[in-house]
Design a protein around this ligand. Sequence first.
Ligand SMILES: [Fe+2]
Ligand SMILES: [Fe+2]
Length: 278
Amino acid sequence: MTRIVHLSDTHFGTEIPDVVRALKQAIAELEPNIVLLTGDITQRARQGEFQAAKDFLDQLPVQTKLVIPGNHDIPLFNVFARLLTPYAAYQRAFGDREFTWCGDGVGIIGFNTTSRFRHTTGLLNPDYLTRRIHDIREKIGVDALLIACVHQPLSTAWPEDHGNVLLQSEAIAHAFSALKVDVVLSGHVHVPLMTSTHAVFPTLGRHFLLAGAGTAVSHRTRPNAPNSFNVITANTATEGVPTMMLTRFDFDAGVGKFIASATMQGICQDGGWQLRPL
Ligand SMILES: [Fe+2]
Ligand SMILES: [Fe+2]
């Protein structure tokens, strides 16, 4: 079993100290194997904001921390920095813009979907993702669960956000499906999402799960979408039928804590993933 805390859109620079404290406590209690942060780590890609984010991650009692950038992690107003050295501050704090992690029966691959030439739109070349997924599959084996991480989502919970999905999202979904990706984690819209691809991309050969995290600690929340994060608990094929438990934790300002507010169970049968509420 692998337990992953999936955070997104921390937007350090706009963080709420009480929510940061509550998040640290929640993660310590959950004792995950991995903490993932799917971009918009900072509000304006400033050095101090990256340092605050790094300090936060360094203080978590978790061995593995994996990050990718979001559109807010490259400079917006300094056009020269944006075009010439867009990832300089990110890389000083976190190093690589993409990652590959291989564990016991689980692989996680992180893609940088930002672009210095686009303000918010996310890009991911299907040929490029295919090459990288072939590489990780060679390492983890065909039966391992494969988790892909992007900043901009393939789909959104709210219809008004449909314009914020990755460009070529349908082609990317078909590539992920063909390559036996099991779940795609994302952020960007500050509204959580838990679904399978059945409803969104009905023609896929093999369906997978979509899990989006809201903004973990920023005051940039949206109406009816408080600060939140997701926990993914993956049980691999060696432990029976592959399953994945997705749990959303919402910040409850009344008690000053993150509370489990929704749990869905994903089951992989007949070559594809289904999701049902628990
Ligand atoms: Fe964001
Ligand atoms: Fe974003």
